[in-house]
Ligand binder design. Sequence first.
Ligand SMILES: *Cc1c(COP(=O)(O)O)cnc(C)c1O
Length: 364
Amino acid sequence: MSSVTFIERLARIPHYSAGADSAEAAARQSETVVMLASNESPFPPVDAVVDAVRAAAGEINRYPDPGAGTLRRALADRYDHPLPGIAVGNGSCELLLAAAEALLEPWSEIVYAWPAFSMYPHLAAATDAREVAVPLNDRYEHDLDAMAAAVTEQTRMMLICNPNNPTGTHVTSEAVGELLERVPPHVLVILDEAYIEFQTNEDPDASLELLRRFGNLVILRTFSKAYGLAGLRVGFGLGSEEFKAAVDRVRQPFSVNHLAQAAATEALRHQDDVARRVEWNVVERLWMEEQLTELGLEVADSQANFCWVALGDRDESEVVGALARAGVAVRPGKALGGPGFLRVSYGTRAENERFIDALAGVLG
Ligand SMILES: *Cc1c(COP(=O)(O)O)cnc(C)c1O
């Protein structure tokens, strides 16, 4: 024991419950563990990306390019966005944290839907801002009217998670545009599109057009999900030059490492591979929904690479524990703001079959 005193707000910063961790640890003990808890891609990166990392590995005696120039120029090309408004981060989580640090004062308010990404409550807790969590509607979707109504003079930031993690639901870019028209320009709106490539309601790039209409909008995307590079931690924000400059000020200069920059730049050249992952994901999504429905379970209308399964009156930790003992790791809803639910990522067909078999066994 030491008598070191940490900051007072540390105790208010949330973390994953130990329950989730122990289930995952149990699953990892199993010989052929099926990891369906973190919405990663089950497929390894394409050879060209692995080769790019290998080539870059010989240069890691040097610091990475602090401006991530090559990667940011490739992003500017791919997403047709001005270079000065492109921020890259050590995962998009770093950009969320940096945005909070750059924008939130203790008296200010941050508006987001709930349940949404487990990181969002962290932003308020880390800055002492006031969180305004707006409940999802009964279809597990963002209630955009209620979110618009929650904005006050003190609101500094609004987060929209689309498709929403953990429920998978999607709102159209038209609906987001209508919301943005109602949000005053003093509010920075972050549209967190970590899973946007997986939705099939509209062109995944439809929302980019909103950037031309709303200077207070930032679109956040990541290489961790559809691009399949979760282990390298690269995310990016498309927004104003002011936003990019602000997040750069509050964080360390070399946050995106050299291997990550090389891999992400190469991955952008393989859009056909992203398209293949997305097509595969649609097939698995339909298969899983069919199987879960046959087991008598209700699932939210997912447009992501995971599903949100209602367990009804079954005991959530018992189900999660039994799945873990069968070597299948899923995320319990309790840790994500939705007790009584499971969030299950789509794996390969063989992995999904193992999950469905194990779940059928648990449900009896
Ligand atoms: C996974 C995820 C992210 C991105 O994570 P990084 O790996 O930090 O890029 C961002 N937002 C949501 C909603 C996510 O689920």
